[in-house]
Design a protein around this ligand. Structure first.
Ligand code: ADP
Length: 613
């Protein structure tokens, strides 16, 4: 059988990169991120409109302060003008109330857009992964795939929902403040802005550093989720417990965890120096401005006390939005590493795709299967490795029962997996119903083929749901009929909850034989014209020969059956038996013919009967 969920080969995209964990290079990354927002033009336009309104409103308060000082508090003639000052108070309150309300609306709009974009991205990635070929999953750790969906998409979530509003909001506030400052005094504005280019430059440097650390952090997160997935699954726990290796598993996790902690601290700390510098700079500007104003007034420039106070008010209002913008620029640079990882997966090309012009199977040929000189090597085994299948040719007629027997590892499973195109042949063609499988759609192939694997996968749900997976709308009576034919109905009824018994990873533990019969019931419910039984009765060893035979009979009657069998008593009745050895068909014929030949089949049969005696 093939590797379990952990895959039997390392060397996936992720482990390869772990040694050199920079973010993948994705061209046009910025453009592609922007495109994610395209479907939300309406709400985004509205947000920008609201932001522009509140920004224009926020130019007013500093100018009002100038008024308050120059005309209200210290008018050229007489005492303070209380009337004017009262009006200014009301206007100020009015502006801030309106701005506050606009802010709430903006937050609502942007958080909706951000979350929608992220949700869509997650589903797109999930959908894309579904279309990947089996080989992708056998060579990539499950935890690593999960991590891309959860940690990477989750990691960009806050950026997606905050970026637009923060960028637009802050840049508008900054612009408004600068406009107000320019209106008040262009000379002081230059002083206030003098170090800005330097800050932008430094910011970019810090951003790049953070991006690199982020890529490493995500890599380490995905490694941790792979460890969790492997070690804390039922099989992993069982393995660790039976070999007393729990401590080693803990250590493995703790090591990666330490790595994660270091990276997180580095991530937080990188740029702190920079931010502190920016803060010191922005906070000390007002004093510098008073100094420069002093010089300007000495040199006869027209600067009133009101102007200077209003100017420093406007300037101090710059501080937070400026910092906010720099933070967002940093976040964007950091999260671009995450985006790159997401796009890298989205850009993976499924190796097996539906044909552009699919053909249809003629009804009369349904159930006909033909291999023409098929050679197959697992892509991940490398070029030098011996192909797993070599020059396989055979033909199975509709409604025939064909059995494949042979030593374990000879390539039987591999061969039948080529029929539903889990893998593509390296050389040669396979036709299904008279049509090359490469000319058929995946939907057409799977609709006509039912597979019972050696290892049955039951998901965490009721027995009913597990059987009905093949036909979600099936009635209870249909499900029961299938279960009866698979000889599992009575066993199910003996459970206290019957068909409502929960099975799967956290549910009731069924024996291997029971699971296999549920899997057979599943296929019987689907009732496809072709079934593939991969050692489908292997775990029923302890059951009586009669029950096994009955179950098998229901599975094969009225359809083409391809059975891989290790229990040779079940293949006696086969129309044709193929004996596979080291990737080749070495004998073929009926039980009678092969026995008469006294070759490999004969030897296998004699050995099995000897054991039984
Ligand atoms: P059988 O079903 O006859 O026991 P298989 O088809 O499972 O044999 O395996 C045939 C050979 O292919 C074995 O040598 C096995 O190691 C190899 N093999 C099986 N699955 C994979 C895989 N996903 N990648 C690479 N090699 C594989």
């Amino acid at each position: 059988m093939h590797g379990g969920p952990m895959g039997r080969f390392g060397g996936d995209v992720d482990t390869l990169r772990a040694k050199n964990a920079d973010a993948p290079k994705i061209p046009n990354l910025g453009k592609r991120i922007a495109e994610l927002f395209k479907p939300h033009k309406g709400p985004l336009g509205l947000t920008i409109g609201l932001i522009l309104i509140s920004a224009s409103l926020s130019i007013i308060p500093p100018l009002l302060i100038q008024e308050a000082f120059n005309q209200g508090l210290f008018p050229t003639h007489g005492s303070p003008d209380i009337g004017l000052l009262t009006t200014i108070v009301w206007i100020m309150i009015g502006i801030y109330v309106v701005n506050g309300l606009l802010g709430i609306a903006q937050t609502y709009l942007t958080s909706r857009v951000g979350n929608k974009v992220m949700g869509a991205l997650r589903v797109k990635l999930f959908d894309h992964l579904q279309s990947m070929e089996l080989a992708f999953f056998t060579k990539t750790k499950t935890g690593v795939i999960q991590s891309r969906l959860q940690n990477d998409v989750g990691g960009v979530a806050s950026v997606l929902s905050n970026t637009v509003s923060t960028v637009v909001g802050n840049s508008v506030t900054v612009l408004a403040a600068i406009v107000a400052m320019l209106i008040l005094s262009w000379q002081l504005t230059i002083v206030a802005m003098i170090l800005l280019p330097l800050m932008v430059l430094l910011q970019r440097k810090v951003g790049r550093l953070r991006g690199k650390i982020a890529a490493k952090t995500q890599e380490s997160l995905s490694e941790m989720s792979a460890i969790t997935q492997e070690a804390l699954g039922v099989s992993g726990i069982l393995l660790a417990k039976s070999f007393g290796r729990a401590q080693e598993e803990v250590n493995r996790y703790a090591n990666e965890n330490q790595n994660q902690i270091n990276l997180q601290v580095r991530q937080t700390m990188s740029g702190q120096g920079f931010f502190t510098m920016v803060q010191i700079f922005l906070s000390s500007i007002p004093a510098v401005i008073y100094l420069v104003a002093g010089y300007l007034i000495t040199n006869n420039a027209l600067l009133t006390a009101g102007t200077v106070v209003a100017f420093t008010t406007a300037q101090s209002r710059l501080m937070f939005p400026m910092m906010g913008l720099m933070q967002i620029a940093l976040d964007l640079q950091t999260s671009s590493a995450l985006f790159a990882r997401i796009f890298e997966y989205l850009d993976l090309n499924p190796a097996i795709k539906d044909p552009e012009r699919p053909k249809k199977i003629a009804k009369k040929d349904l159930g006909k299967i033909r291999f023409d000189n098929v050679t197959f090597a697992y892509p991940e085994s490398g070029d030098e490795a011996e192909p797993t299948l070599k020059g396989i040719s055979f033909e199975i007629e509709p409604n025939q029962y064909a059995a494949f027997v042979g030593p374990s590892g000879s390539g039987k499973t591999t061969m039948v997996y080529l029929i539903p195109r889990f893998y593509d042949t390296t050389e040669g063609t396979i036709s299904f119903g008279g049509v090359d499988v490469k000319d058929l759609t995946h939907a057409d192939l799977t609709a006509n083929i039912g597979i019972v694997n050696q290892e049955t996968y039951l998901f965490y749900d009721t027995i009913r749901a597990n059987i009905a997976y093949a036909k979600p709308k099936a009635k209870q009576s249909e499900i029961e009929k299938a279960a009866k034919a698979a000889n599992i109905h009575e066993t199910i009824m003996s459970f206290p909850k019957g068909y409502d018994t929960l099975v799967g990873e956290r549910g009731y533990r069924l024996s291997g034989g029971e699971k296999q019969r549920i899997a057979i019931a599943r296929v019987l419910l689907k009732n496809p014209p072709v079934v593939i039984l991969d050692e489908a009765t292997s775990a029923m060893d302890t059951m009586s020969e009669r029950i096994v035979q009955e179950t098998l009979d229901s599975a094969i009657t009225g359809r083409t059956t391809i059975a891989i069998a290790h229990r040779l008593s079940t293949v006696v009745q086969a129309d044709v038996i193929f004996v596979v050895r080291k990737g080749r068909i070495v004998e073929q014929g009926s039980h009678k013919q092969l026995m008469a030949k006294q070759g490999l089949y004969y030897k296998m049969v004699s050995e099995q009967t000897k054991v039984k005696k």
